[in-house]
Design a protein around this ligand. Structure first.
Ligand code: FMN
Length: 274
């Protein structure tokens, strides 16, 4: 059995699919000159779809993916470097939100974009919990404050170094430093034993952050929130987090109340050139 099917009328035998296969399970058949998969493909294929999407003549199909399923890259949608730089450096963590909710389709779109992030072994390990209702976000933030109060009583010194007293005091004064009054919250979780869960999740959330900015939404990491999910069973149970999963990140989402007309300065790269 072959993993790939090659349309010989379309194939120009350029070997790009073999060159680009990260698992090296596509080879050019020496006799015929067309690509074939190696016998061990089932064990090693990453299901990344690169072979199908890189083929310039749409000649190659996998048993689960054809070129017609892979959206075309529209050249006219490409960004100029200056646009990319301003967009990437102009993204901000947003902490003041309008009292306006995003439609479900918009939240769905954020997740769809997130799922195109790179992930180790292309495992795409992400699971999502989307808190859609502002009142529910606030209720969950209150649970984080409950957990902080407990921790403050049990380990005041460590709680102090983690900044809990100020967060709790803000809450008592009516300001939410956990979710910043955001109307929505997106939590990403994955198998706790997956070695790259943290990296894969951070990358997916980063795409949410960036895409949210591009459509006029604002996002901010909710660090206190997801760290508490993993440390405070009443919260993880309330969210329905599976026992063998960890929350690897959470992001506040909403419409920004203010615009940033300038880009703040960041540290220069600390680098050793070798
Ligand atoms: C892992 C992580 C956790 C964070 N947790 C919080 C948080 O709990 N609350 C918050 O207001 N900002 C949080 N932030 C946002 C950072 O404070 C912010 O990225 C930083 O100040 C730089 O600002 P910028 O994102 O606008 O460049 C977090 C960021 C990261 C990467």
């Amino acid at each position: 059995m072959n993993l790939i099917t090659v349309d010989r009328e379309k194939c120009n035998q350029d070997g790009i699919c073999a060159d680009e296969c990260p698992a090296r399970i596509i080879r050019m058949d020496e006799k015929e000159g067309y690509s074939i998969s190696t016998p061990d493909f089932e064990d090693f294929c990453l299901k990344c779809g690169h072979c199908v999407s890189v083929c310039p003549t749409e000649a190659l199909r996998l048993d689960w993916l054809g070129p017609e399923t892979c959206p075309t890259i529209e050249k006219e949608l490409g960004m100029k470097p200056e646009q990319a730089e301003q967009f990437l450096r102009g993204r901000r963590s947003i902490r003041t939100f309008k009292e306006k909710t995003a439609p479900r389709e918009v939240l769905e779109k954020l997740l769809e974009i997130a799922c195109s992030a790179p992930s180790a072994k292309n495992l795409q390990p992400w699971h999502w919990i989307v808190v859609q209702e502002p009142a529910e976000v606030r209720r969950l933030a209150a649970m984080v404050v409950d957990a902080m109060r407990m921790f403050l009583r049990a380990s005041p010194e460590e709680a102090g170094t983690r900044g809990f007293p100020r967060v709790v005091a803000s809450w008592d004064e009516g300001y939410d430093r956990i979710c910043r009054g955001a109307p929505h919250l997106i939590v990403v979780h994955a198998d706790k034993n997956w070695a790259f869960g943290a990296e894969d999740s951070a990358l997916a959330l980063s795409l949410i952050d960036l895409y949210a900015t591009s459509i006029g939404l604002g996002a901010c990491w909710a660090g206190y929130f997801y760290k508490t999910v993993n440390a405070y069973p009443p919260l993880s149970e309330d969210l329905g987090l599976p026992a063998d999963h960890l929350a690897f990140g959470a992001m506040m989402i909403g419409y920004p109340k203010f615009n940033y007309p300038r880009i703040p300065v960041r540290n220069r790269p600390r680098v050793v050139w070798k």
